[in-house]
Each structure stands twice: as C-alpha cells, then as structure tokens.
Ligand binder design. Structure first.
Ligand code: FAD
Length: 407
C-alpha cells in the first residue's frame, strides 16, 4: 500500500485536492483518500457536502475554470453582480459593482452539495491505479521515517506515503496525532443557514448587513432564492431553528429590512457554532495541512473555502516543481507561502467580527466613518474589491511561486 500522497479527509478540500492533483499534474500520482464517513453520511446536515451555499470569489472561479471543473458547476451557480455592505441603524454603507472593476461578476454562489457531486463523479472516473478510497476509516497512528510516513488505519490497513495532506476539517484528529497545535477562539456566536424564497428578482445582488445580533448575509442563488447566513447568539439560534416558518420569516424581515424585497419562504434550517481555529504550523515532516484543518474561519466574509483553494493551488504548483512530493523544500515552501495569506485573511475576518459585533456608540461611529470612507475613496475601494474577489492574494502567491521556481 504505497502512495505518493495520502489525503486524510475526503470532504470539500480533500476531494478537491485529489481532483486537482490528478487532473493538473504532468505526472500520474498514486493517491489514497482516508475518509471517516461513508459517501451517504458526508451529505448529512453540518457535514462537508451539506445544503450550505458558499460564495466563490472571482479568483476561485477562475481557478476552478483553469482546472476544468467550472463547466460542470456553472449551471448551478449564481453570479454576484453587486454587493451591498451596510450597518443596521447607521448610515455608513459600501456598494461594489462588478462593472466598476471590468468583471462580469464579483463571484458566484453555489450549493456545496453540487461541488461534491461534480468532484465525486470526476474521482469515480479515475482508474484504481490513480485513486483508492479507504472509507469509512481513519488514521490511528503515524510512524515517521526519512523518506515516508507510515499510517496505521482503524481498519488495520497500513499505508505508506511520501506526503500526508490533512484535510479533516477544523477538529482534525490526525493534526493532534502529528503533534501540531491549534489556537482556538470561541466566538460565542452561531450561524443559522437556510435558503429563502423571494417575491421578486434578486438581480444578482448580495447583501451583508450588520445587525445588533451579528452579521446577516443574503447571497443570490439560482431559481430566485437567497442563501441566508444569520449570525446569532446560541439561544436565539435554537429558538429560530424551532420557530414556525411564518414567525421565522417575520423576524428575519424585521432584522434585515426590505432591501431584498419580501422574504416569502424558508427551506431547511441548519446551525453551526462559530469559532476561529488556526493550526500553529502549515506543514511538518512529509505533512501539509489544507482547508479547515489549517484555518477554520468565521463565515462573515465568505473566505474559508476560497482560502482553501489557494492552499491547494500552492500545493499543486509545488508538487509540479519537486520530484519527491514530500521533500523538505516542498513542505517548507508550502508553509512559508500559506502562512502569510492565512494571517491576512484571519486578521481581516476576525477584525470584522469584532468590529461589527460591538454595539458601543463610539465603535458604531467609527464603523460609519470607515464604511463611508471606503465607499468614497476609489483607491481604497479597489484594494478592498481585489481582496474580496481574491485577485490580490492569488496574484501575490503566483509571483512568489514563480520566484521559487527561478531560484
Ligand atoms: C455557515 C457557513 C458559511 C460559509 N460560507 C462560505 C463562503 O461563502 N465562502 C467560502 O469560501 N467559505 C465559506 N464557508 C467555509 C467552507 O464551508 C469551509 O471552508 C469548507 O467547507 C471546509 O472544507 P474542509 O474539507 O476543509 O472541511 P470539512 O468540510 O469539515 O471536511 C472535513 C472532512 O474530513 C473528514 N474527517 C474528519 N475527521 C476525519 C478523520 N479523523 N479521518 C478521516 N476523515 C476525517 C470529514 O468527514 C469531512 O469529510 C462557510 C462555512 C460555514 C460554516
């Protein structure tokens, strides 16, 4: 059982990594995925491919297009043409229009189960010599040697690999086995998500509204629906989970106002407790961390999976540059590349959570001034839009990768 890459966790990040390596690498790699759950279990609420929708930045869409996956996803995705950021009860607001930045869209919104379907279908088409699944299974023990990692699975199977990629989500047990620490900060907030049916055309507008209970996002979805992400305290989230649909919609309409028109119906509701979890290092001996195993963020700015895609793009590029996919130079370069991007996105999202979950009058005034300044200063607005669209971080990473290639 010898592999080039063993991926622990076959969810959004792990399955995408397997797909990207197999579809983009110039040489054929032998890959195994160890996944804790069966394929049916992974689609249950609060699991990797559940009914959640996510906003993919323009840069992520470009990346998925370059990997050849976008044609399958595009029919299920809804473009975002405008973003409106506002603070309930205060006048400050920011408006972004795709046309101001010569783009057709600022990003796209898609249900993640659609991404799961497309990925699993592509992986199922690969020959057994290129991909093996171990599921339901998990790693119980790691034995390190200079040129490989030996992994003992719960089923008794033993695998050897040149590189182990941890994609097990925020609570990665193998991260603990590998002795990699993780900093955790509980936000004491809960995200309630649901799809919302509306009375009129959403015109591809996305809204991020800061309310007394926390940020509330409505993202445009296909078939004239909105995807709701509502940040609440745990008690309100539990109450709203249990409330009848009409009461839920009345409360949501009150909290959000009528900017998105009349909110008519609500689908299945799911809640996620929110915390920030960041691994203290992105790599160690023949091991890399990707996606939520490396950075589990608050969904306030919709950055988690976009950041994960940049993890994968960096890894893919480095695998192309090195004959030994787990060598020291590769893991060290990966750690350096990902640390900076991760720190920036963590600071941005964590800063937003703190700034917009505070009802002090002084902070509210600062928010109004900040949003007004952002909306009226073209240079600031362009920099903000490029970060939101993922264009600046992706550009920076490509530059750093090409410098590494030349050196
Ligand atoms: C409410 C909400 C809204 C969001 N909105 C956005 C957005 O708009 N834009 C955006 O970019 N991101 C968004 N995100 C973040 C995005 O959903 C995550 O970044 C992404 O789902 C992470 O995927 P992952 O595969 O890294 O982790 P997970 O989805 O947690 O998957 C981990 C996988 O590993 C498996 N596993 C766990 N332990 C083991 C083990 N010991 N052995 C083997 N397998 C194991 C699990 O079964 C699972 O399949 C949002 C998140 C939330 C909660």
């Amino acid at each position: 059982m010898q592999y080039d890459v063993v991926i622990a966790g076959g969810g959004m990040t792990g399955a995408m990594l397997a797909f990207a390596l197999q579809s983009q690498c110039s040489r054929k790699l032998k890959i195994a995925i160890v996944e804790k759950q069966s394929e049916a279990q992974i689609k249950a609420p609060s699991q990797s491919f559940d009914s959640r929708s996510i906003a993919l930045s323009a840069a992520s869409v470009d990346l998925l297009a370059s990997w050849g996956l976008w044609p399958e996803l595009a029919p299920h995705a809804c473009p975002i043409s405008h973003i409106s950021v506002s603070d309930r009860g205060h006048i400050g607001k920011v408006k972004l229009n795709a046309s101001d930045f010569n783009r057709q869209s600022l990003g796209q919104v898609i249900e993640i189960e659609r991404i799961g379907e497309a990925l699993y279908q592509r992986l199922a088409q690969l020959p057994a010599s290129q991909i093996s699944w171990y599921r339901p299974d998990q790693i119980l023990k790691i034995n390190q040697s200079v040129d490989c990692q030996q992994l003992q699975l719960a089923s008794g199977t033993v695998l050897e690999t040149k590189l182990l990629a941890l994609c097990e989500g925020g609570d990665s047990p193998t991260r603990v086995l590998a002795g990699i620490g993780c900093q955790v900060q509980d936000y004491q907030q809960t995200a309630l998500i649901a799809n919302i049916g509306i009375a009129c055309d959403h015109q591809h507008k996305a809204f991020e509204r800061f309310t007394a209970s926390g940020p509330l996002a409505l993202l445009p979805l296909t078939r004239q629906r909105y995807s709701l992400v509502w940040t609440l305290n745990a008690d309100d989230a539990a109450r709203l989970m249990a409330s009848p649909s009409d009461e839920f919609l009345t409360e949501l309409q009150q909290a959000f106002g009528y900017r998105a028109g009349v909110l008519q119906s609500v689908g299945e509701r799911v809640i996620y407790p929110l915390s920030l979890k960041t691994a203290v290092q992105a790599a160690s001996h023949r091991l890399v961390l990707c996606g939520n195993s490396l950075h589990n963020l608050h969904p306030i700015a919709g950055q988690g999976f976009n950041l994960a895609l940049r993890d994968l793009a960096a890894l893919l590029n480095l695998v192309e540059q090195h004959a030994d996919v787990g060598c020291y130079n590769l893991t060290k370069s990966y750690a350096n590349l990902r640390q900076q991007d991760m720190q920036q996105v963590v600071s941005l999202t964590d800063g937003l959570v703190r700034l917009f979950s505070n009802d002090s009058k002084l902070i509210a005034l600062g928010r109004t001034l900040g949003l007004t300044l952002l909306d009226n200063c073209p240079q600031l607005k362009t920099a903000f839009a490029k970060q939101t669209m993922g264009l600046s971080p992706q550009h920076r990473q490509l530059q750093q990768l090409s410098m590494l290639k030349e050196s």
